[in-house]
Design a protein around this ligand. Structure first.
Ligand code: UTP
Length: 292
């Protein structure tokens, strides 16, 4: 029987080197897009897919990420005295119920695979979603919900995928594929960061997954892969053939917020979706357009 998907793992223990110096004393996942930190977009997306239990994989200097989901008594009471009800509502939206979030320390960032392995006690025997908060997705149906639907359909692991330029396969986890109905793709192999000439396709995994718990036993081997890191992709590759494994061409637009230009584009795209500021943003953008 396909088990209900209720758990999500949020790995946030990376160093964020591409965003230095902004990430020297602050987690990359606390960077705001318009007025919400990246981590909250990820939690909101997971909640919309019915997920109720969260495990954040943290490291040094990441306390603010946990505090963000806590109750802020002093701030709330000051806001109440000042009659700022809308602001109180915004704070409450960021709260998680007691017991719904746990944290695990990764101590040393040995790679995404190692980060997920650190959540093994939380995962237990249950399927779980992984959301990398620096991948931000703008969509009508939240991406994790699309994955959850595909998980219930196939009963196996599902990863969100998109096409990447063929000369850039060496930046991504790339799929080898079998049957393809245009939406769901059967995964027959996975390679982390292959050179373009070795890449089995130009379909890449993005930072959204629903995995069966079997991945943990493969991760336990702690084998190092590309970049000498413990790669999640390598352990997922070992699951193929034992349980169903699919890629989902999700509907939506993905922004790589771990990259400076991707982050700036996300600001604009998300601001343009906000009715109270869209017109103003559109106006100022005109100032920066190159003359035709
Ligand atoms: P990235 O590859 O974006 O690495 O990690 P990074 O350290 O965050 O950023 P750069 O490349 O140095 O700028 C993808 C995701 O995996 C997490 C990161 O926090 C991010 O969400 N991660 C990565 C871990 O939690 N632990 C690790 O050891 C590595």
């Amino acid at each position: 029987m396909t088990k209900k998907l209720t758990k999500a793992v949020l790995p946030v223990a990376g160093l964020g080197t591409r965003f230095l110096p902004a990430t020297k004393a602050m987690a990359k996942e606390m960077l705001p897009v318009v007025d919400k930190p990246l981590i909250q977009y990820a939690v909101d997306e997971a909640r919309a897919a019915g997920i109720t239990q969260f495990c954040m994989i943290t490291g040094r200097g990441k306390i603010a990420l946990v505090e963000h989901f806590d109750v802020a008594y002093e701030l709330e009471s000051t806001l109440r005295q000042r009659g700022k009800e809308a602001e109180i509502a915004a704070l409450r939206e960021a709260q998680l119920a007691p017991g719904d979030i746990v944290t695990v320390r990764q101590q040393v960032p040995l790679g995404l695979g190692h980060a997920i392995w650190c959540a093994r006690a939380f995962i237990g025997d249950d399927p779980f979603a992984i959301l990398l908060p620096d991948d931000l997705i703008l969509s009508d149906t939240p991406c994790t919900q699309q994955l959850a639907e595909a998980y219930y359909e196939t009963g196996g692991s599902v990863v969100a995928i998109c096409e990447v330029p063929p000369d850039q396969t060496n930046k991504y986890g790339i799929l080898k594929i079998g049957a393809d109905d245009g939406r769901l793709v059967e995964v027959t192999g996975l390679v982390e960061k292959p050179k373009p000439e070795d890449a089995p396709s130009n379909l890449s995994i993005i930072g959204r997954y629903v995995l069966l718990p079997d991945v943990i036993e493969h991760l336990s081997r702690m084998e190092r892969g590309a970049g000498n890191e413990v790669q999640l992709t390598d352990s997922m590759a070992r699951m193929i053939g034992n349980t169903p494994f699919h890629g989902l061409r999700y509907k939506g637009q993905r922004f790589d917020c771990g990259d400076k230009v991707g982050f700036l584009e996300a600001q604009i795209a998300f601001a343009l979706r906000r009715p109270e500021m869209a017109a103003q943003v559109r106006n100022f953008l005109r100032k920066y357009q190159e003359p035709a």
